[in-house]
Design a protein around this ligand. Structure first.
Ligand code: NAP
Length: 256
């Protein structure tokens, strides 16, 4: 039997074929899961339909701006109506205004700080709250984070602060939802060349830096994030919750 046979999952954050969410969705699908996808707006509708359409007729594809509670509630109502329950949720969504990802953190505006935290951190709380009633047989919620949450990575700025909030939220959610056998974990990925990553000033330098300094002397591959996402979704991770798992070629252990 495949690892995720008979599991129903929902994936937030596919923008295109380079998206980390797409790598994890493919791995979940390959392991036997049936999936629903959300996209933010009409701009991405076609992309997501083209990619997720290859997953077969059972695939649900729904619009959802994660800053809107009505959108989130509608998505989970539709998932409940179609599948009757839910086992897995992937949060792979982040945003900060571009000017907040350049220059100095000290200049972050109140509005950029608010938006970054709303989209990138609070949305996990809102999604977990809406998902939990459908996770009647337990569940696994996985969110994507980055090392800039715990150490200063130049230019990552307010996104690092939002990721710190995301990681702390993961721990509090794990505590609240543990008695319902719902696990909540983060994957902290090394840099991957995606649409969101290209918004970070100096991103290509970051890729080179990891290649030079990570113990494995290379960058992480999207399919490796897919494999970790599948592990966290599977019963193999049944006793793992509230954790941040580094999938970064070992970069996080380095002091110099
Ligand atoms: P991506 O393909 O651009 O995915 C980011 C997704 O977030 C997009 O689908 C984007 O949609 C969506 N999003 C933004 N605002 C939203 C909103 N209000 N409502 C719904 N969706 C919204 O980039 P990615 O690199 O795969 O990012 C996925 C996750 O991995 C993020 O949490 C990111 O911080 C994290 N991560 C990335 C890296 C990396 O190096 N790439 C490393 C560690 C962690 P739009 O395109 O419409 O904005």
């Amino acid at each position: 039997m495949s690892l995720l046979e008979n599991k129903i999952g929902i994936v937030f954050g596919v923008a295109n074929k380079r998206s980390i969410a797409w790598a994890i969705a493919q791995a979940w699908k390959k392991a036997g899961a049936t999936l629903a996808f959300t996209y933010q707006g009409d701009r991405l509708k076609e992309n997501v339909e083209e990619l997720a359409g290859t997953f077969g007729p059972d695939t649900l594809i729904l619009p959802c701006d994660v800053t809107k509670d009505d959108d989130i509630n509608r998505v989970f109502t539709e998932v409940g109506a179609k599948f009757g329950r839910l086992d897995l949720a992937l949060h792979s969504v982040a945003f900060a205004p571009k000017d907040a990802l350049e220059g100095e953190f000290v200049n972050t505006s109140r509005e950029a700080f608010r938006v970054a935290h709303d989209v990138s951190a609070y949305s996990l709380v809102a999604i977990a709250r809406a998902a939990a009633p459908l996770m009647t047989q337990g569940g696994s919620i996985v969110a994507m984070t980055y090392y800039g949450a715990e150490k200063v990575v130049p230019h990552y700025n307010v996104m690092g602060v939002a990721k710190a909030a995301l990681e702390a939220s993961t721990r509090y959610l794990a505590y609240d939802l543990g008695p319902k056998r719902i696990r909540v974990n983060c994957i902290s990925a090394g840099p991957v060349n995606t649409l969101a990553a290209r918004g970070i000033s100096g991103f290509s330098e970051m890729l080179k830096h990891y290649e030079a300094h990570a113990p494995l002397k290379r960058n992480v591959l999207p399919e490796e994030l897919g494999a970790t996402g599948t592990f966290l979704a599977s019963d193999g991770a049944a006793a793992i919750t509230g954790q941040v798992i580094y999938v970064d070629g070992g970069y996080q252990i380095m002091g110099m």
